[in-house]
Design a protein around this ligand. Structure first.
Ligand SMILES: Nc1ncnc2c1ncn2[C@@H]1O[C@H](COP(=O)(O)OP(=O)(O)OP(=O)(O)O)[C@@H](O)[C@H]1O
Length: 475
């Protein structure tokens, strides 16, 4: 989160609102300049040439069609940081790897491309009797090809130009390099998760994408438009939800949405219809006539999301929208974002709640220290190593089955020592296909398996393999 972004807008009702929380105003139709209300970034970015597909002119479907919103007067007051949600728990990977019997099963021929393991995170068995899945000379199962862990290259995911392109983007605050030469893309019609530890630059990046902060270097395209050249058009395309924002406390919930709708110059009837739908969709109807200052944090978050959606943006940029939401509201958030993605919206969302991101995201961009350190589709994360928990009715039956499968060095804990009451074993497996074959073989050996599942989600496992997780002591 950003501790001090500077500008705060004051509404006609004189309620302080963060600069980053101001409604995006639509581009001018009649007037040629908007500099009075949308000054261009102080510094014009420089950087590497744009990747393919990053043309300066916006595709027509991204172009706004409305006239500009009224200006909000601006004054500056400091912004206070709020604590982020707890970071994820650590998981030990000091576990033996599964080595199925040679010749037991042919490797599947339709396995998609695998991601490379990070050396050292999936060690071999403690007694050395079982070679790791990565050091066998002729493994019976597919190995991970040595692909570089590099950020997605713009244009390689689809023939459709990405809705968000960042190429070599940097931004510093004095001596702090918040974002450093960062490149990534996000596609229309998908949810992209932005994940990384506190202070890694997520909010700074999002502010630049939303045309609210100028990069020092690099290039950004939102729907083909450069925020540095045409911030007004970008703001019209983007629905922005900051990690914290002023709530215009004296206004009622419905009035807040009406003000935002009018700031986009939505026709009154159009705005009214959208407000009614959003009140239902975000479970705000019972709060519609409440003044904003009585809302709880989670209710304000829902109102913030409604504000971001009111102009039906083509790109949604949401900074920790799930923080403060109860479980039902989080499910609702997931449904809302999935429905927008299915309708063709590009959704970029940051969060520390990886299990929930996993349920709604199509792809992930992992950041650390201002840089992208990894990126993948959620599907491809299935082909990465994870730790699996095997539960059985009998420790003896589980041990015997593992021995018969030539798996040595795996500790099988007796049911008296586990919370489930089942015998348990933990194993590091290179991918989900291997896990499926191990389960099949255990069942064939009558291991009395009653539970077989990964100990972490795909996203969490990917995060745990980053330097950030190691620094935090998660491993
Ligand atoms: N306006 C600012 N002035 C000075 N430093 C800033 C400013 N905004 C951000 N920073 C610094 O830039 C770095 C990145 O901050 P940013 O808020 O982008 O991180 P983040 O990944 O969003 O963190 P979190 O997960 O805690 O929200 C941090 O070191 C932060 O202190």
């Amino acid at each position: 989160m950003v501790r001090s972004r500077g500008d705060i807008a004051t509404t006609p009702h004189h309620q302080p609102v963060r600069d980053t929380d101001r409604p995006h105003r639509l581009p001018q139709r009649r007037r040629r300049t908007t500099t009075a209300h949308h000054p261009p970034p102080a510094r014009q970015p420089t950087g590497p040439p744009l990747p393919p597909g990053a043309s300066a002119g916006p595709p027509s479907r991204f172009l706004p069609s409305s006239s500009p919103a009224r200006a909000l007067r601006i004054r500056r007051i400091p912004v206070t940081a709020v604590s982020p949600p707890a970071w994820i728990e650590g998981v030990s990977t000091s576990l033996p790897s599964f080595e199925p019997p040679t010749g037991d099963s042919p490797p599947p021929t339709d396995d998609p491309v695998r991601q490379p393991p990070v050396s050292g995170t999936i060690p071999s068995g403690p007694d050395g009797a079982v070679p790791s899945a990565h050091d066998r000379s002729r493994p019976p199962y597919p190995q991970h090809p040595a692909a570089p862990r590099s950020p997605q290259q713009p244009g390689d995911a689809s023939a459709i130009p990405p809705a968000i392109i960042a190429a070599g983007v940097s931004r510093s605050f004095g001596a702090v390099h918040a974002v450093r030469g960062l490149s990534f893309t996000a596609q229309a019609g998908s949810v992209t998760a932005l994940v990384g530890p506190n202070g890694c630059g997520k909010s700074t990046l999002m502010l630049m994408l939303a045309a609210l902060l100028a990069p020092d270097a690099g290039h950004i395209r939102i729907g083909g438009v450069d925020p540095a050249q045409n911030p007004t058009a970008v703001k019209a395309m983007v629905g922005w939800m900051p990690d914290q924002f002023g709530a215009w406390d004296s206004l009622r919930v419905r009035e807040v949405l009406e003000v935002i709708g009018s700031s986009y110059f939505l026709p009154r009837e159009v705005a009214r219809g959208r407000i009614e739908r959003l009140l239902d969709e975000l479970d705000l109807r019972s709060l519609a006539e409440q003044r904003a200052h009585v809302l709880s944090r989670g209710q304000k978050q829902r109102l913030g999301l409604a504000r971001a959606l009111i102009h039906e943006p083509r790109v949604l940029i949401l900074d920790e929208p799930a923080s403060g939401l109860d479980p039902a509201a989080r499910r609702r958030l997931r449904d809302v974002l999935r429905s927008r993605a299915e309708a063709g919206v590009c959704v970029l969302i940051s969060s520390h709640i990886l299990s929930e991101l996993e349920e709604m995201a199509d792809s992930v961009v992992l950041m650390d220290r201002g840089e992208v350190v990894d990126s993948s589709s959620l599907r491809d994360l299935a082909h990465r190593p994870r730790t699996w928990r095997i539960e059985g009715l009998s420790a003896g039956a589980l041990r015997a089955a593992l021995t018969a499968l030539n798996v040595h060095g795996t500790e099988v804990r007796e049911g008296e020592r586990t919370t489930s009451g089942h015998a348990e074993a933990l194993m590091a497996l290179p991918d989900e296909a291997t896990a499926a074959r191990l389960l099949r073989d255990l069942v064939a050996q009558d291991a009395q398996v009653v539970g077989f599942s990964p100990t972490t989600g795909r996203l969490e496992a990917a995060y745990l393999r980053t330097d950030a997780a190691r620094r935090e002591g998660s491993l």
